[in-house]
Design a protein. Structure first.
Length: 153
């Protein structure tokens, strides 16, 4: 079972639009990365996003590229400052899941999953999540392991 953690594309500043949609650069980033992810045969069964416009726009681009039939919805516990509570749900989930959200939440969730497998001393460093990028984490027989990552150019 895979979890694909996706940081939304570059968004306009709140001064331009308080809803912070994707910028032109952000749309280009998302389209490029979504195509690259689809090229890796990623077909999530479920795509959950934070509900914020920039995350929903990013999630929709990945849905179109990877699996137009994926379950698609906003979910709780994906706001920037939320604790990594989704880890509990992911422990029992059987489907491949894509989570589209925000920093620092995504990196906190990634670190928490890896810590469940390796313990706090071997945990990855916080802040290493690729900005506007994607990290693939796989649940294995012994826990969670990061498999690959892509970064926006």
């Amino acid at each position: 079972m895979f979890v694909y953690l996706v940081h939304h594309g570059h968004a306009v500043s709140p001064g331009v639009d308080p809803q912070r949609p994707l910028s032109h650069q952000g749309r280009d980033q998302v389209e490029t990365l979504a195509s690259q992810v689809a090229g890796r045969e990623v077909r999530p069964d479920v795509i959950w996003h934070s509900g914020k416009l920039r995350a929903r726009q990013t999630a929709d681009a990945y849905r179109r590229a990877c699996n137009p039939l994926a379950e698609f919805s906003a979910t709780r516990w994906m706001q920037p400052d939320d604790p990594p509570r989704l880890a509990d749900l992911l422990q029992v989930e059987t489907r491949d899941v894509m989570l589209v959200g925000h920093m620092p939440h995504l990196d906190r969730l990634r670190c928490h999953l890896i810590q469940l497998s390796h313990g706090a001393h071997d945990a990855p460093h916080a802040g290493s999540f690729p900005l506007n990028g994607v990290v693939a984490v796989e649940r294995t027989e012994t826990g969670w392991a990061e498999r690959w990552r892509l970064e926006a150019q």
